[in-house]
Design a protein around this ligand. Structure first.
Ligand code: PLP
Length: 428
């Protein structure tokens, strides 16, 4: 396979050819794919990763925000090593589950009861099941561009037909999209769903674009869900990292249910959903008519061990420290773009950042204002790889606790060279 990246890629190319024999597109995860083929990563330590050809990168993606402590974090590696020697999976509960659940209860006030899943997608499926069972209704309202995993009933956007292929017709009627931060649109959608609305589901900070939901919109969502007799679900799979108590701790409202994932598993596959006791109690298998939630690896001991070690090392001071690093980096990269020939900016919220180029609107308040398919964004991604910066093709970046001020300086220096590279290509 041929790549025009200006770094050695022969071994990644060889592997890509091999992978394509087994996987359509040569990959098994839509979000990690880019053309002509994604580079194969072989190792990571702290905030640095290395690909199969020996190229090194500062990892600004951290497995799409999941690795909050970076790679090969000592306490997680140690906990996993100890657990592996004691067995890796049991069809029975254990103290590790209690420990991780208690760590989450002690942080996230709205979570009275919780259950673990193996992914954020499953957590969303189960939270929706809980909401539907509790209300006896089916319809969901979600935000356009809100990503809630690969489940067909929560497509990311209706503006793009692609994610809807394969979704049965009736499912499309079960979900309605509104623009983020548009209170009027939300009011209208809730009115249209009178008597059939099960839940409003939203990310308090959207992973696609790092668009922050304004207090006024969140207050409206809470008020409208209540008046419609529906539940409010916060999907905090990404945003939980933004505050010690999850992003919800910084908002004026409390959700009925919360979904989590990514960082709470310390780098292992995980998801969780939890919330008000009266809603979650429906999952008690000891009750007749209980809700089904099986899963061979739910609450798996390895994941629990990694999650406990991760949260133990993530106290309030660490959350604040990486948020401050993220805000500093956001300001620096945004400033660099302002001084560049590009129509670009960086939106940030604490330890999350998002690179935007050629956006549809100056003021980015919803997904329609972004332009995540921008050709310049793709150019920045490629030039990022060439300068040793690893971030999402769509521009998402996340700070890990493995970073300090000197790494932020290094990232800024590399980003300035990325701008020069893309500008030189445009001239050439
Ligand atoms: N919800 C949100 C907000 C996410 O960002 C993601 C994944 O990126 C998911 C749900 C799905 O999680 P998973 O990829 O673990 O299935």
């Amino acid at each position: 396979m041929v790549s025009d990246l200006n770094i050695p890629v022969a071994k990644s190319a060889e592997l890509a050819t091999r992978l394509r024999r087994s996987f359509p597109g040569g990959d098994t995860r839509t979000s990690t794919f880019y053309t002509p083929f994604p580079l194969a990563i072989v190792r990571g330590e702290g905030c640095r990763i290395e690909d199969v050809d020996g190229n090194e990168y500062i990892d600004l993606l951290n497995n799409f925000t999941a690795l909050i402590h970076g790679h090969a974090f000592g306490p997680v590696a140690e906990a996993l090593g100890q657990q592996a020697l004691m067995g890796t999976a049991f069809p029975a509960p254990g103290a590790q589950q209690a420990e991780l659940a208690e760590a989450i209860h002690s942080r996230v006030d709205s979570v009275d009861l919780i259950r673990f899943t193996n992914s954020g997608s499953e957590a969303v499926m189960m939270a929706v099941r809980a909401a539907r069972a509790h209300t006896g209704r089916e319809r969901l309202i979600k935000l356009d561009g809100g990503y809630h995993g690969s489940w067909e009933q929560v497509p990311m956007t209706l503006g793009d037909e692609r994610p809807l292929r394969g979704i049965p017709g009736p499912s499309r009627d079960l979900v309605e999209m509104v623009d983020a931060n548009d209170v009027g649109a939300l009011e209208d959608a809730v009115a249209r769903a009178e008597g059939v609305l099960a839940a409003i589901i939203l990310e308090p900070v959207m992973g696609e674009g790092v668009v922050v939901l304004e207090d006024e919109f969140l207050l409206a969502a809470r008020r409208l869900a209540d008046s419609a007799g529906a539940l409010l679900i916060f999907d905090e799979v990404i945003s939980a990292r933004l505050e010690h108590g999850g992003r919800q701790a910084a908002t004026p409202v409390s959700p009925d249910l919360t979904t989590m994932g990514k960082m709470i598993g310390g780098g292992l596959p995980v998801g969780a959903f939890g919330g008000r006791a009266e809603v979650m109690e429906g999952f008690d298998p000891g009750q007749t008519g209980h809700l089904e939630h099986a899963g061979t690896y739910n609450g798996n001991v390895m994941t629990m061990a990694a999650g406990v070690a991760t949260l133990a090392a993530l106290d309030e001071a660490e959350v604040e420290r990486i948020n401050a690093l993220g805000e500093d980096l956001t300001a620096r990269l945004d400033g660099a773009l302002a001084d560049s020939p590009f129509d670009g900016r960086v939106l940030g919220c604490g330890s999350l950042l998002h690179l935007h180029l050629d956006t549809a609107s100056e003021d980015i308040r919803c997904f329609a204002d972004t332009n995540l398919g921008s050709a310049n964004l793709r150019r920045f991604h490629r030039a990022g790889l060439e300068e040793g910066l690893f971030f999402a093709t769509r521009g998402l970046m996340a700070i890990s606790t493995a970073m300090g001020p000197e790494v932020i300086d290094e990232i800024e220096g590399r980003f300035l060279r990325v701008i020069d590279r893309v500008a030189a290509q445009a001239e050439g």
